[in-house]
Design a protein around this ligand. Structure first.
Ligand SMILES: NC(=[NH2+])NCCC[C@H]1O[C@@H](n2cnc3c(N)ncnc32)[C@H](O)[C@@H]1O
Length: 433
């Protein structure tokens, strides 16, 4: 379930608005510190009373001398910092915006969407059922349990002995009532709070979590799952999903392009084409998180641009990743942009890799899920022929300030098989900041 799949969240400039909670930073304990703040832009001092900043720097605010300059400390250095270059943690929950994030999961709308996503739930239930002989009598941790549906399945279908169902949002109170209503209170322990600050009485044999957001990573809940794995999963334990793979493919999106941009060519007989650049900026600045593509929209075979082994991946590896791609187009048409989707696998228990494992693929060749596909629209469509090639890179960079957000940079050269002429394209897409 991802934040990006909900219109109201998208309406808030595609992202999380300010959270209300103050994320306590250890530096705050020093009583001379008013609060912590993070630089969201570089700042080059113009005199030695000012403190230089680099994007992502954390500073301790000592005094708020004026609206525009605060006296701050960075490591051993002190000096004035410009308030329009920093975001104070008291506003933003340290960039995680936990207030807004967890608040958004305390709604029926979101849980309805997740619970009505048949392929999503079937994958988890089937994996649990197929591995009952391995889950029976074991201890399970459900990170971000929401309504507790996966915890209930682990007990009902997996015969797990005990499940720690951790949920940070207030919804955990509803979850407790559901567990009791289904007579599972003796095996499922609902723990309200962030898994990061949870104290469990024991290590677990299996971690289950449904953490995947738009473009797999948005919401960056993966970091919470990695931390839970490192802290609470037994050495020989299993984490589900065990693997996550992100796919990218060059594609057409003719209908979308005509609806949003082509429309302005002639509006009720009037030439409104001057508005097309504004339309491209407004509609294509960020990816479309709810695009449903058809297989025939693909102009080449998809390529894997990120492959995660959830047993070993670390948070720091994910701060920035770059993948080089080469596509040979397998049909003529119009290249509008690129589509992305992910697959998660439920392997890990199996000794021999030959044993088939359950997987959930959110791509166009599989049943539609609430994630749909993510569409990156370039600004100018190009007519392409079979045999043309795209050679470039996709860089995924986590936002250093807004810690649940990321940016995807696409850079590539297009070579026509007939004329051999080369065009170069590049575009940076925030998700959502
Ligand atoms: N697939 C997704 N994109 N999101 C689906 C899982 C999100 C659920 O996990 C909860 N959740 C998210 N992060 C955490 C955390 N660190 N600790 C506890 N619960 C969490 C959140 O409140 C929501 O109920």
């Amino acid at each position: 379930m991802e934040l990006g799949s909900r219109n109201d969240m998208e309406s808030e400039e595609q992202g999380l608005s300010e959270g209300s909670e103050h994320q306590h930073d250890q530096e705050c304990d020093d009583d001379s510190v008013l609060e912590m703040a993070t630089a969201f832009a570089d700042f080059h001092p113009t005199d030695d009373s000012q403190l230089g900043l680099q994007l992502g720097d954390k500073v301790a605010i000592i005094s708020k001398n004026s609206a525009d300059w605060w006296w701050a400390r960075k490591g051993e250095l002190t000096g004035y910092v410009p308030t329009n270059h920093i975001t104070s943690h008291s506003d933003e929950g340290g960039g995680w915006q936990d207030g807004e994030y967890f608040g958004s999961y305390n709604t029926m709308k979101l849980h309805l969407e997740m619970l009505q996503d048949k392929p999503r739930n079937t994958a988890y239930f089937t994996a649990i059922q197929q591995n009952q002989h391995r889950i029976q009598d074991k201890v399970v941790l459900d990170v971000g349990c929401g309504t507790g549906i996966l915890s209930m399945s682990a007990v009902k279908h997996g015969k797990a002995a005990k499940v720690f169902a951790v949920e940070a949002s207030e919804f955990a109170k509803q979850t407790q009532a559901l567990i009791e209503a289904n007579g599972m209170a003796d095996s499922i322990h609902v723990l309200e709070g962030k898994v990061e600050s949870m104290k469990l009485p024991e290590q677990v044999d299996l971690i289950i979590s449904e953490w995947m957001g738009t473009f797999l990573l948005f919401e960056w809940m993966i970091e919470s799952v990695i931390l839970a794995r490192d802290r609470w999963l037994k050495e020989d334990g299993v984490i589900w999903p065990s693997h996550a793979t992100l796919y990218l493919v060059p594609c057409s999106a003719e209908e979308l392009y005509q609806t949003k941009v082509g429309f302005w060519e002639s509006v009720h007989g009037f030439d409104f084409s001057a508005l097309m650049p504004l339309a491209k900026e407004e509609f294509f600045h960020t990816p479309l998180y709810n695009h449903v593509m058809k297989t025939e929209d693909c102009l080449s075979l998809p390529q894997k641009i990120l492959q995660l082994d959830m047993k070993t991946v670390t948070g720091s590896e994910l701060e920035e990743t770059t993948h080089h791609f080469e596509y040979t187009l397998n049909k003529a048409g119009t290249l509008h942009g690129f589509a992305a989707w992910f697959q998660v696998d439920f392997a890990g228990f199996h000794g021999d890799a030959s044993e088939p494992f359950v997987f959930l693929n959110t791509g166009p060749d599989y049943p539609l899920t609430h994630w749909k596909q993510t569409l990156f629209m370039m600004d100018s469509p190009i007519t392409v022929d079979q045999g043309d090639t795209l050679d470039g890179t996709v860089t995924i960079e986590r936002n250093k300030v807004w810690r649940r957000h990321l940016r995807v940079n696409l850079e590539y050269s297009f070579t026509s098989i007939t004329t051999k002429d080369i065009k170069v394209f590049t575009k940076l897409f925030p998700i959502w900041r």
